[in-house]
Ligand binder design. Sequence first.
Ligand code: NAP
Length: 268
Amino acid sequence: MRIGAEESVLPGPGHPGSATRLVPMKVLLLGGTAEARSLADTLWVEQVRFVSSLAGRVSQPRLPVGQVRTGGFGGVAGLVRHLREESITHVVDATHPFATTMTQHAAQAGRLAGVPVLRLSRPGWGSHPLASTWTWVDDYEQARSAADDLGRRPFLTTGRQTLTHFREWIGRDVVVRVVEPLEDEPPARWRVLHDRGPFDVGAELALMRRHGVNVLLTKDSGGTFTQAKLSAAHCLGVPTVVVRRPQLPPATTEVSDVASVRAWLRAG
Ligand code: NAP
């Protein structure tokens, strides 16, 4: 299938389909996730005009194929301006399920600019076979409090930007895993590991044993890259606390796979 193929022109320099056919469709793909890169692959192959957008938080990001812009838009007003100036016809918000601000901004800006927005999000871990064994909570404060009741040596994998909620654990032995270095010096007894996966169960078992962790904290990121820790924790009898996904903006249309995005774009 080729979306908008008849009216289409396009490919930029170096595109496999190059010679040139113009399309009115132009997709802004809000990314920073494996799903966004996978969608970029599909749009590229199908010669749909698109630009991927990254926040610019990661020093060595995995880049999608095709054109990429980096950095914030400057809030809702900045994004509305961008949509108009760049003649964007569709927005696909494929940011991480916990990138709540960007998702809110995309929904509002799309409404203001009259540009349709689709949310692409990987399925969460709610249907994971172990899900009923976990303690589910609504936010990081609740996660800390639940973990306090479950173990004294936490393995904290909720992300760099959430660590401020766990500062009460300043005097505890905490193992923290993050992708990027922390901006502030961590408490002396915290052990900070830098890695971004994908992880496998064997390595996760070894890590949890080595550090003697006895409670795992995570958020419902979903996907396969980071789910090995869930099985490893179960094997070791380590209880798991999971932060639920934030609510989506009202009237958001959400899909969980690339095929559904294609269908949405094809429909108009
Ligand atoms: P956030 O809190 O929702 O967004 C904060 C601000 O960062 C936004 O208001 C926007 O700035 C800018 N921004 C976010 N995503 C952007 C994008 N794709 N393109 C351009 N600007 C973007 O986001 P976050 O949780 O910090 O996540 C930042 C990025 O990392 C996202 O793209 C997300 O997909 C990726 N990521 C996040 C997580 C996570 O756990 N949160 C995990 C893996 C990957 P302006 O208001 O100036 O436009």
